[in-house]
Design a protein around this ligand. Structure first.
Ligand SMILES: Cc1cc2nc3c(=O)[nH]c(=O)nc-3n(C[C@H](O)[C@H](O)[C@H](O)COP(=O)(O)OP(=O)(O)OC[C@H]3O[C@@H](n4cnc5c(N)ncnc54)[C@H](O)[C@@H]3O)c2cc1C
Length: 157
């Protein structure tokens, strides 16, 4: 993925900096640029990357993720309607899930959100680890592995 570099400075800080590009940081970044804020998102890894996760997302998130530009209907995702718990002795119980969910890897969904965030105007710094944050003279000063940045607000996600 291309990384757009646009260093901020004291005279031109980002409105919001976000440290951490998981589901929370990516979703927040898209919502903030839509509201007209300038947003920098720092992620220490490079998309796409794997995360330990059960890969189950509750159906209540479907509409929200579609609003965030994710074409879930086009991805032919497995729909999960029941849970089965088994014991080593072979006994098991099975239960319908009232709402259910769908299966998707973080490798796919995080990277898709990252592409959409960039397209929406988020300045995405991949392979960039936030090392330190200090508040001084009304601005947050963010020290990262790729340089120093300034922002009016910072969110740790
Ligand atoms: C084993 C396991 C299984 C799970 N299974 C499920 C499941 O099936 N369904 C479900 O809905 N939830 C599941 N979860 C929970 C789910 O993973 C979390 O709720 C979700 O990841 C939280 O998203 P987040 O954006 O807050 O954090 P994360 O997804 O953890 O994102 C944080 C991001 O910040 C980055 N980062 C960290 N430090 C820095 C730094 N200093 N500088 C820059 N970047 C940094 C990380 O690389 C990461 O990408 C599971 C969790 C675990 C541990």
């Amino acid at each position: 993925m291309n990384v757009e570099r646009s260093e901020s400075n004291n005279a031109n800080p980002y409105d919001v900096a976000i440290a951490g590009g998981g589901l929370a940081g990516l979703a927040l970044s898209i919502q903030l640029v839509r509201e007209g804020y300038s947003v920098a998102l720092f992620e220490k890894e490079t998309y796409p990357f794997h995360k330990v996760c059960g890969e189950y997302i509750s159906m209540e998130s479907w509409e929200f993720l579609e609003e965030l530009g994710q074409p879930l209907n086009d991805w032919n995702l497995p729909i999960i309607r029941k849970v089965l718990i088994s014991a080593p002795n072979g006994a098991s119980i099975e239960q319908e899930l009232p709402l259910g969910g769908f299966g998707i890897s973080r490798h796919k969904i995080d990277a898709a959100l990252a592409v959409f965030a960039q397209t929406s105007g988020v300045v995405l710094y991949e392979a960039t680890k936030v090392m330190d944050i200090a508040f001084e003279k009304s601005l947050f000063h963010i020290q990262t592995s790729a340089g120093n940045f300034q922002a009016k607000v910072i969110c740790g996600t």
